[in-house]
Design a protein around this ligand. Structure first.
Ligand code: ATP
Length: 306
């Protein structure tokens, strides 16, 4: 059985990778279309961020009226705390982050930041308050320095360097022939997924938003890179209200609250420990992920031994 289960896991892994690539393209088109759909109310004022408290109140949402995606979601992220959303593929996790960024309006319910309904304030002010470290960062065809500085255009060179150091990407940049002036993007140097993500983290460190959305990469990074990225993320989310859309459960063990979403409904919530004790869906996902990780490691060891 062990012999069979490794290839099956591996096929599942490849399938997820391909599917993710398609989803990202879909999302990109969705974003392009939708930005025009959501309009500011006449006379909308700017959001005033005081503490950075997020509240979802009985949020219902669909992309297409024939299929409801979020079926009455309520939760809070208190100022400076971290909440992670987990659940099976298609549960609606990324949709939650898109709604907080106000890419779409709700069917019913409310999302508030510091008590202000985000549909009643300007979109620009909502987006200015939120930093996103996305699954897959698209870099501009420009220098690395520009790509980091994009977080805050008036940042000095020293600020840019400091942000890159905190995001653990400065060491990589320094050994490039032109350092921070190296051109990246489609026509320049191609960076790996992990390197791009750390550039995005550096950008977010510069922006220093009161609210952070981490939309975690599904793509497999090697353990060392994953640890580096995780410590950079831990640093940037300290003292900030953080909503993490998590695919790897190992990264959210310390979240203040974990929300388990299934088919648009919250089915469990609690800390890592209380959810393991409850022995429900989260505990099952945790066991499955450990088995998958072990199988991948066995596979890697077998390959190395060849
Ligand atoms: P995953 O873990 O696979 O990333 P998820 O829980 O983040 O999944 P969402 O991306 O929020 O899931 O998607 C929830 C559902 O909404 C899915 O069934 C998806 O097909 C659908 N959906 C997502 N984006 C759109 C869109 N732009 N238009 C129509 N349906 C969409």
């Amino acid at each position: 059985l062990m012999q069979l289960s490794i290839p099956l896991n591996f096929i599942g892994f490849i399938y997820r990778e391909i599917r993710q690539g398609l989803t990202d393209i879909e999302q990109m088109f969705a974003l392009l279309e939708v930005e025009e759909e959501v309009k500011d109310r006449p006379g909308a004022v700017a959001l005033k961020v005081t503490d950075g408290a997020i509240r979802f109140e009985n949020v219902r949402f669909n992309y297409d009226p024939a299929r409801e995606i979020l079926k009455g979601i309520s939760f809070e992220v208190p100022p400076g705390k971290s909440v992670a959303i987990v659940g099976p593929s298609g549960a609606g996790k990324s949709t939650i982050s898109r709604l907080l960024f106000r890419f779409y309006d709700l069917t019913s319910g409310r999302i508030t930041i510091d008590g202000q309904d985000i549909s009643e304030v300007t979109q620009a002010s909502v987006r200015a308050a939120i930093g996103i470290v996305p699954q897959d960062t698209v870099l501009f065809n420009d220098t690395i320095a520009y790509n980091v500085r994009y977080g805050r255009m008036d940042a000095t060179d020293a600020d840019v360097r400091r942000a890159a150091e905190l995001a653990q990407v400065a060491g990589f940049i320094d050994v490039l022939p032109e350092g921070f002036d190296t051109m990246v993007g489609e026509r320049g140097l191609k960076l790996s997924g992990g390197e791009k993500q750390r550039v995005a983290i550096a950008r977010t460190i510069l922006k220093a938003p009161p609210i952070l959305i981490l939309d975690e990469a599904t793509s497999a990074l090697d353990t060392h890179t994953e640890q580096e990225i995780q410590s950079a993320l831990d640093l940037v989310s300290q003292e900030r209200t953080t909503l993490t859309i998590a695919h790897r459960l190992s990264t959210i063990i310390n979240a203040d609250e974990i929300i388990v979403l299934k088919a648009g409904t919250i089915v469990e919530r609690g800390t890592h420990k209380s959810l393991l004790d409850a022995d429900g869906l989260y505990a099952e996902m945790w066991r499955m992920q450990r088995e998958a990780t072990e199988a991948e490691e066995t596979l890697r060891r077998a390959r190395e031994a060849d």
